[in-house]
Design a protein around this ligand. Sequence first.
Ligand SMILES: Cc1ncc(COP(=O)(O)O)c(C=O)c1O
Length: 374
Amino acid sequence: MPSPRSTVITVPPPIHGARDYTELQRLGLAPDDVIDFSTNSNPYGPHPAIFQAMGEALADPALVRRYPDRDCLALRAAIAVADKVPQENILPGNGATELIHLIALTFVKPDSRHLILSPTFGEYSRALHLMGGKVYECRPETHHLLHLDLETITTTIHRVQPDTIWLCNPNNPTGQYWSKAELAQLRAADPDARILWIIDEAYRHFVDPGARGNDEEQWTWGENVIRLRSLTKDHSLAGLRLGYLLAAPKLVNLLKAAQPPWSVNSLAQMAGVAALQTESITWRNFTLTQLRQHALDLWVGLSQLGLPIHPTSTTFALLKVKHAPEFRHHLLMRGLLVRDCASFGLPGHIRVAAHRPAANERLRATIAELLAQN
Ligand SMILES: Cc1ncc(COP(=O)(O)O)c(C=O)c1O
């Protein structure tokens, strides 16, 4: 047998939130017995019109028999209207995760250098390492705030001279949000547009639109920017796997040339079209506004228990706890799943994504009980 690419053996397996079905089986828990606070997703679920569209689509056997539209024409048309971008700037993928790996496949070369603004989503590092890239991280200097400042990043860019920069906005897991003005300042560190900037906006709609301002036109930045978006979080379609990227047509064509054909299945394409209609977008905006209030209430409840919460612009936040793995385990055995953040390089932290009020109250009360036992 030939030996595999060495990174397949050396790069550690991915660690993510969400239900781990193997772990649940080992613990004797059923997936439905668990409320998932470890995934940053809209707890109100998809708009009913999305289910209706999928139901109608599945009633036609051709949907399953035929290969999907490899160019995602209807989906790209819907994204173009919703995001006000030309269709040639859009590349859909099997979740933003596929697109992250696609970017790494396309741009990592033996000596290329890649800078990740950390702590952040682990797939950037994993995809880059798998392709054999040289990966550099820029982490906040003071550990207590966990937020990066412009000066630290600019200095690191000058020192590392990266080929690509990976920036998550708002950032998972810290909840840091970079305004349009701050991003423009950062880009000033690359005056010749030599670097490829990958800006992951998977959680964009979870940030208060007032704080976000008008960030629509950022995609026109130039030929060297890719913006990643996901429909699995704000529209709660994680099981279908659906994301897209926005970039200059030249970049879109390059990336598409490296993408496996038919990677977005027909059902996901139909669901995406339905998710981008006005009624679903209105539902998404309404439910996320509710969720932001529930999150604020939850942060107040948890801080009253004496748990320090890191400032966040989103509906998920980092909490400092003693012994995060045990803390997570005790909560899981009580049907509440949170994210242990050791894999982000943040031992002693858990990440909690707010839910609806009844679930949030259950989490708060259970944590109060656990803290009282210690
Ligand atoms: C920052 C970030 N980007 C992308 C993804 C992946 O999104 P998708 O479900 O569209 O693959 C995640 C998932 O947790 C994430 O946290």
